[in-house]
Design a protein around this ligand. Structure first.
Ligand SMILES: [Zn+2]
Length: 70
């Protein structure tokens, strides 16, 4: 199980949508779009499923701390 993430179009930072989904379930979803409040811009961004990805909990922590493991 992971968290659905989007990329903020203004800051390029990863934003959690607070939607919990497995990679398998997300891959099986039809195309859709949604709206998520961005804590960096303090506005809601509209996004399409193709722009989103599923981040496992560990990956989310790495994003927040800015540390990346190649
Ligand atoms: Zn934003």
């Amino acid at each position: 199980m992971g968290t659905l993430m989007i990329r903020c179009p203004e800051t390029g930072r990863a934003v959690s949508t607070d939607i919990s989904v497995s990679r398998e379930a997300f891959a099986a979803m039809p195309v859709f779009f949604s709206r998520t409040f961005c804590p960096y811009c303090r506005v809601s961004h509209e996004w399409f499923a193709k722009d989103a990805w599923v981040a496992e909990a560990v990956t989310t922590v790495r994003e927040q701390t800015g540390r990346r493991v190649a």
